[in-house]
Design a protein around this ligand. Structure first.
Ligand SMILES: Cc1ncc(COP(=O)(O)O)c(C=O)c1O
Length: 373
């Protein structure tokens, strides 16, 4: 463990993920306030934090359950007492299906759901459930613009829903209509427009299912960049924001708008200055955190303070260069970085150190770390 309860922040070993609990608590409350009065269930996505303790806090704050992306990710949350878990993804392959059905059998009091976009895959899921003597909730995934997975139109949704509904071990719950790439469209107008189109398609699919006599109780989707549009669409009745609780630089690039709730950066990477050069050629501080401590798919992690810029990132190092006024950095100092993209960054760590007023209040395990199956 990088820290013990009661340690000062300055004594936490590095590199370490740090959660600022005041900001975390504010984000937790802000999401629930933002959707209060709208008729939607909140089902936060746990792929961002992979941490049972965070999921418990989300449920305690009013979440109906959580989302995960993989069968292996579902396992620690079910074992940790989260009783409503939706795999917001297709699960393909016999071993994976057996694992998923095995989870439903092992946690009969919990509600476990999964998405499908193919009739053959739905039949294999049903067979896996039959073999495990269990049942599973199923959502038809509708592609509302993300171009990743999902059936493309209402007629295809009805055809697939008929197959699902005919399987005694599957319970058809409704639709997943998640528009991932809309989350980071920078202006609020672009995001509103994207979800307006997604809602129209989801509405048509729902109406087609209902006309065909098929159940469609839930329409789920929406992330940190768009959830208010889904919540007020009159179509979606469940939202799935994940990043809001920790946040990252990619989300910080979305243009702020007064009508949109502000979530604070609550996750940081604590590092140590392990080499320092200050001469006529270079004013450089090298940190002990690199590609093994944060992802760079959405750009490098950046200093959480002014005056320094990232000049290079390698496996175990990040080189900062002074570019203006900012704090002095000395050997052994412990500067904070802000992650570019939380999900793959958290996945690199075993622990999250929860800090309030510069004191370690708790240390949380990243329970679903590395759960990639
Ligand atoms: C299906 C699904 N729902 C919800 C989310 C949460 O999105 P965000 O972390 O941007 O809030 C994701 C993230 O990739 C996702 O894949």
């Amino acid at each position: 463990m990088p820290a013990r309860v009661g340690d000062a922040l300055a004594d936490v070993d590095t590199p370490a993920l740090i959660v600022d609990l005041d900001k975390f608590d504010a984000n937790l409350a802000r999401l629930m306030q933002a959707v209060a009065g709208h008729k939607v269930r909140v089902r936060p996505h746990a792929k961002s934090h992979k941490c049972v303790e965070i999921a418990r806090r989300q449920v305690a704050a009013g979440a109906a359950g959580i989302c995960v992306q993989k069968a292996s990710e579902a396992e620690p949350f079910l074992a940790g007492g989260i009783e409503d878990v939706l795999v917001t993804n297709e699960v393909v392959g016999e071993r994976k299906l057996a694992r998923l059905a095995g989870l439903a059998a092992r946690f009969p009091a919990a509600r476990l759901g999964v998405c499908v976009d193919d009739a053959g895959a739905a039949l294999k899921l049903a067979r896996a459930c039959d073999e495990a003597d269990t049942r599973m909730d199923v959502y038809i995934e509708l592609d509302v613009g993300h171009n990743r997975a999902g059936v493309s139109d209402p007629a295809a949704a009805v055809a697939l829903a008929r197959v699902v509904d005919a399987q005694p071990s599957l319970t058809l719950r409704g639709l997943q209509a998640y528009f991932g790439s809309a989350q980071h469209r920078r202006s609020i107008g672009e995001r509103r427009q994207a979800i307006s189109a997604a809602s129209a398609l989801a509405r048509s699919a729902r109406d087609a299912l209902v006309s065909a006599g098929l159940p469609c109780g839930t329409i789920t989707g929406g992330g940190t960049g768009t959830f208010l549009f889904e919540a007020t669409s009159g179509v979606y009745n469940e939202i799935q924001p994940g990043s809001y609780i920790l946040m990252d630089l990619d989300y910080a690039k979305n243009v702020q708008d007064p009508s949109w709730p502000t979530f604070e950066q609550s996750l940081f990477i604590l590092t140590t200055v392990m080499s320092r050069r200050r001469d006529a050629i270079s004013d450089r501080a090298t940190l002990d955190a690199g590609l093994k401590a944060f992802s760079t798919d959405s750009g490098s992690a950046m200093p959480a303070f002014p005056g320094w810029q990232v000049r290079g990132v390698s496996d175990e190092h990040t080189v900062l260069e002074r570019v203006g006024d900012g704090p002095e950095l000395a050997l052994g100092d412990k500067p904070l970085l802000i992650p570019g993209h939380i999900d793959p960054t958290v996945n690199l760590h075993e622990w999250i150190v929860a800090v309030r007023n510069d004191r370690v209040e708790q240390v949380w395990r990243v329970d679903a770390r590395g759960a990639v199956y």
